[in-house]
Write a protein that binds this ligand. Structure first.
Ligand SMILES: *Cc1c(COP(=O)(O)O)cnc(C)c1O
Length: 475
């Protein structure tokens, strides 16, 4: 029996099994149903086995059990025709680096704990600043995603804005502090509001600027701002892909000393391209940027990046010390720039992806996905369906008629399994929401998806008409 706590080479068969199951899973992605297998999910839900048994189970049996139980019950998110939310696939080199870093099992909180991976993370951060054309003096840290990157960035913002008023928020808290005005847009992402709540700035205590038909902040509606202000902009609207006019907004608030934060979860990657960089021109004049690597950089979950121009504010809000911690180091301590102390070497996955792609490779993925989004939109228009947004990036909103029919068609597409897309409400209309975000998606995948959508929508069209027993035309 393979003892599950054994770490000697002879007992590593379970790792070979992991490789075998992984390769089998990955090679089935292009042909399996994108949606989880309904029966497999059902089997998991029905498992009447709440008690953990007293004696252990052979490690190889445990892994086989996981593969049998859960692999078919996963969504094929990393496959070529998953277009839900904004997710992204995984480059093989990033997955391999992730595996290797797991074998290292490093705690990369402090430089002196794990100098090698800490150097790789620092290098990956520099490369990111280069690819995204952000100021080289910025500090940064690898987080679990944009949600947490918001918390890290806005903690630095809160600190810097109140320090100017002579208030040390990290030592003395918010109670009794000078008030901070937080400006958002009506289209700010829900994770931004969560971060504001966590930081005591309040989810609701915000000034929300109206947006236009594409979800862009209306810069001319910006009120006159005085006192400490944190202004939160967004590039890459989760429905339309549109970007706030950040350069214009910064021009309007620069003289007031406002801190400008950018939610660039996926949209900031447009800066890596030639064709789409105009959408995010001038964004480098902001003060902080929250981005994801697990979306458009195509590294495995979960990795995002918090980038802050005022590295001192970021470090002061995040760093800790204790007599038992070797925090003294000439080199950057990774945990000084994120929430976690103990943390995995997330940046190694990013290092691998960037090293393998180069600046041109990053641009190629982003541009290819944008072209594919436009191709899909064109296919929908050609079939007579309305595309609700200007397809400026990788997001497409398609309407198939009334809300009920659109939702029914989306459900039928999901059940069919050829591709997966979700639904959404956009400015009072119901739409199918398509996000093209994977290195693995080919033009043939797009064409096959168009054909499937058109066929399913045509089939759904029929019954709706026949069922309209009240005589009302239902188109
Ligand atoms: C995905 C996304 C987020 C949240 O990112 P997580 O990585 O899920 O935390 C925030 N803002 C925007 C615009 C996004 O697309």
């Amino acid at each position: 029996m393979t003892d599950c706590s054994s770490n000697v080479p002879a007992e590593h068969a379970v790792l070979e099994d992991a490789l075998e199951y992984s390769l089998r899973y990955l090679s089935a992605l292009p042909t399996r149903s994108v949606a989880p297998d309904v029966a497999a999910v059902d089997r998991l839900a029905r498992r009447a086995n709440p008690q953990l048994q007293s004696s252990g189970v052979n490690a190889r049996d445990v892994l086989r059990e996981i593969d049998d139980l859960a692999s078919p019950a996963t969504m094929a998110m990393t496959g070529p025709r998953f277009f839900g939310f904004v997710i992204g696939g995984t480059l093989p080199v990033a997955m391999a680096a992730h595996w290797l870093a797991t074998a290292w099992d490093q705690n990369v909180g402090l430089y002196r704990w794990s100098p090698g991976p800490a150097h790789l993370e620092a290098e990956a951060l520099r490369w990111l600043l280069q690819v995204l054309r952000l100021p080289a003096e910025c500090a940064g840290g690898f987080t679990t995603g944009t949600a947490v990157a918001h918390v890290v960035c806005l903690a630095a913002a809160r600190r810097a804005m109140l320090a100017r008023e002579g208030w040390d928020v990290d030592e003395d808290g918010l109670a009794g502090s000078p008030p901070i005005t937080v400006v958002v847009s009506e289209e700010s992402h829900p994770t931004l509001f969560k971060a504001l709540g966590v930081l005591g700035l309040g989810r609701r205590r915000v000034v929300a600027i109206p947006t236009d038909s594409q979800g862009r902040m209306n810069a001319s509606a910006m009120p006159r701002l005085t006192g400490p202000v944190i202004l939160c902009t967004q590039v890459g609207n989760v429905n339309t892909g549109s970007c706030d006019p950040v350069a214009d907004i910064i021009d309007r608030v620069r003289s007031s000393g406002t801190w400008v934060h950018v939610d660039g979860a996926f949209g900031l990657w447009a800066r890596a391209t030639r064709a789409h960089a105009h959408l995010v021109e001038g964004v480098d004049a902001a003060d902080s940027w929250a981005i994801d690597a697990h979306k458009w950089l195509n590294v495995p979950y979960d990795t995002g990046v918090a980038i802050v121009r005022d590295g001192d504010a970021s470090r002061r809000s995040m760093s800790i010390g204790a007599s038992y911690l070797p925090t003294d180091s000439a080199f950057r301590n990774p945990s000084d720039y994120v929430l976690e102390l103990g943390r995995r070497a997330r940046g190694v996955d990013v290092w691998a992806a960037l090293r393998c792609l180069g600046t041109e490779g990053v641009a190629r993925i982003v541009e290819q996905n944008c072209r594919q989004a436009e191709r899909l939109a064109e296919g929908m228009r050609a079939a007579g369906y309305e595309v609700l947004n200007d397809v400026v990036l990788n997001q497409v909103l398609v309407k198939f008629g009334d809300p009920e029919r659109t939702r029914r068609i989306v459900r039928a597409i999901q059940a069919d399994g050829t591709l997966w897309a979700g639904d959404t409400e956009w400015q009072g209309q119901t739409a199918m929401r398509v996000s093209v975000c994977s290195h693995a998606t080919t033009d043939a995948d797009i064409d096959r998806s168009i054909a499937t959508i058109v066929q399913i929508a045509a089939e759904e069209h029929g019954p709706v008409r026949y069922n309209a027993g009240n005589g009302s035309p239902n188109v």
